[in-house]
Write a protein that binds this ligand. Sequence first.
Ligand code: FE2
Length: 324
Amino acid sequence: MAVLGIESSAHTFGVGIVDRGRILANEKSMYRITNKGMIPAEVAEFHIANATDVVERALDASGLRIDGITGIGYTRGPGLGPCLQVGQLTAKSLALRLDVPIVPVNHGLAHVEITKHIARLKDPLALYVSGGNSQILKFDRKSHRYSVLGETFDIGIGNMLDAFGRNLGLRHAWGSEIEKLARCGKYIPLPYTVKGMDFAFAGLLTRASGLVGREKKEDLCFSVQETSFAMLCEAVERALLLSSSTELCACGGVAQNSRLAEMLHMVAEEHGIRFARAPNEYNSDNGAMIALVAEKMLAKGMDMPVGRCDFEQRYRIDEAVFHG
Ligand code: FE2
């Protein structure tokens, strides 16, 4: 059984191929983001122009022919509507052409599941941190859904870092530029907002942006990282105690940040538990994570009639039933 997964929720069009949990291919094309950000219709046009090429590259990498594909998965959401639609339509046309089952996949769930798979974790507490999402998650075996133990009240941490990076006059990729500058910065107090296991970043962004030009870039980058990551660590620590988890993982685009990983590692060490994250290739958006989850869902008979395969911009992880 070789399952092909398509990811297109934002600026990446990714195609992965998985066979019994083995990742045979993970190809992608990424829309180049400028300081204007992303215009969804333009990104969707980019995905349309690149979809066939990425599918072909994934097939080449896997060593399979198109008729060797026995199932299809695609990102149902959350994400940008026009971008999700390109992946959905590509997946549906492939499923119809090949006459194979198809299944819609939740994007956040796929980030957590590929991290669990690669790091060989059983039942971790997961910190999912990306542009649009910041959530603390734990799988609930009774409902077969992820429970959201904590999340951002306003913007995702990735979007906060990107907006701050733009305000500071940095170029894309803002997150990694901030990480570099932060290495030689000093701490300036900034707004710190944690309520139980939830947190908020808008106040921090407003204050830090207001200090641009008055404080050193390095100090601002260091302080934005230290403050926002400490907020996440405090909330994670509370969730660890509440859930009695013995494993902790980070996933999503911001999980590539090595300072965040270092701080989470310290939290895990203090609690005598294991911390893990996947290699960067699988923390940025990718098709392999969709293929991996789709293969598991198809094995449990969770395929969907093609006519019911829709996309949903606000598809929350706690709505997604998963039998792994
Ligand atoms: Fe993502």
